[in-house]
Write a protein that binds this ligand. Structure first.
Ligand code: SF4
Ligand code: SF4
Length: 383
């Protein structure tokens, strides 16, 4: 059985020439651009533009990575390139402007799409997804994610990046249809299979640790990852941050459902200098102190009642001194009747109704003032 190749290329900072050279080396290591995408194909680049933030906050895919990728594509004769995302909050235009991506796209004459038009696609479990037509209709989707922690799925990298292919308001619906990490992971796998990216690139030059995916801390990891297998790429991300890849639901179900593999004996890690082992990867490029949730996932069973009662569940909470009472968390909550709301006009920060809360962590993800954190409940058998 052929192994999934994941390229790991060192790139210490966003100096343009270095980013371009590193990207080129990585693409060559996994077979070269021409083996992956045809010159005549319509290419759609899908960065992570989750919400407005300055590039140094490490919330969005860095514009320098996008600039280098588009430059490489155009220098190699690829002409039909567009870029798009459906953002969690705000418009791609506004977010691209704030992060410095807008001028990159204008420089290269690459249009920015907002994924507003969608198509209903049935899922295996009898539900449906509203997927952006641009993502379904392009010939070759290139996913350009950002290496970050995630409250629900632990990490957001190659697989989770495609949630931005769900159009606008339908993202909220997705969270109520798939209200826990396991069901949400299943949906993400199926979504990836529907939009079927040709290539996955992950910007880990500066990653986000801690309270990700938007309120965490930037941390230098100094790597770019590339693969055609998103599960293998996310597995290498896990190794780099000392996280057991089997604790990430999208890895587990991604392998079961045939999207890729998280098993090390089926992954080949290639650098600019050739193949390396997992141990070598960790030694050369890893950050064992990266702040990510490393607790063992709880096995489903007799204690599920405790989960229903909310006893062992992680939950979001507001740090009152940081709250600006902007109401974005309330707006973001997908639960009918809202599980977080203002109780007393806007004189005080919003309050949670944990009985209603489905722990989707949209409020934590969208709070623009880093005022929401997730309280982790430790289990007796957890790590
Ligand atoms: S989004 Fe954040 S800052 Fe705004 S009201 Fe909610 S907790 Fe406060
Ligand atoms: S309160 Fe927050 S975590 Fe709970 S359901 Fe609403 S958005 Fe999700």
């Amino acid at each position: 059985m052929e192994k999934s190749k994941v390229a790991v290329v060192a790139c210490p900072d966003y100096e343009p020439a270095r980013v371009k050279e590193s990207l080129q080396k990585g693409l060559e290591a996994i077979g070269g651009l021409e083996s992956l995408v045809g010159k005549e194909e319509n290419i759609l680049l899908k960065p992570n533009l989750v919400r407005s933030a300055k590039r140094e906050r490490a919330v969005v895919t860095d514009p320098e990575v996008m600039d280098a990728l588009i430059t490489i594509l155009q220098e190699n004769g690829y002409e039909n390139i567009s870029c798009g995302d459906s953002c969690g909050l705000g418009t791609p235009e506004g977010i691209a402007k704030e992060a410095g991506l807008k001028e990159v796209l204008e420089k290269h004459n690459v249009p920015l799409k907002d994924f507003l038009t969608s198509e209903r696609v049935e899922t295996a479990d009898g539900k449906f997804l509203m997927i952006a037509k641009d993502a379904l209709d392009c010939d070759a989707l290139i996913s350009v994610s950002k290496m970050k922690t995630h409250a629900l799925e632990r990490i957001t990298g190659a697989v989770k990046n495609q949630y931005g292919c769900i159009s606008g308001v339908y993202k909220k619906l997705g969270h109520t249809q798939y209200p826990n990490a396991e069901s949400f992971a299943h949906m993400l796998i199926e979504l990836n299979q529907k939009v079927d990216p040709r290539l996955y690139i992950c910007d880990g030059i500066v990653a986000m640790e801690g309270n990700g995916p938007t309120s965490g801390d930037p941390v230098s990891m100094g790597v770019l990852l590339m693969s055609t297998d998103p599960i293998a790429l996310d597995t290498v991300f896990c190794h780099l941050v000392n996280l057991d890849p089997s604790y990430v639901p999208t890895n587990l179900y991604g392998e079961t459902l045939g999207l890729g593999t998280w098993h090390d004996d089926r992954i080949e890690i290639v650098t600019a200098d050739g193949t390396i082992s997992e141990e070598e990867l960790k030694r050369k490029y890893g950050n064992p102190n990266f702040n990510v949730d490393r607790r063992k996932a709880r096995k489903k069973g007799a204690l599920d009642l405790l989960e229903i009662l909310g006893v062992f569940q992680s939950r979001p909470y507001i740090i009152e001194e940081k709250c600006k009472k902007c109401g974005v968390c309330v707006e973001s909550c997908p639960v009918e009747g809202k599980a977080v709301r203002f109780d007393n006009g806007r004189r005080n920060p919003p309050v949670y109704d944990y009985k209603k809360c489905i722990r989707c962590f949209c409020c934590q993800e969208m709070c623009p003032h880093q005022a929401i954190q997730v309280k982790k409940h430790r289990l007796p058998w957890g790590k």
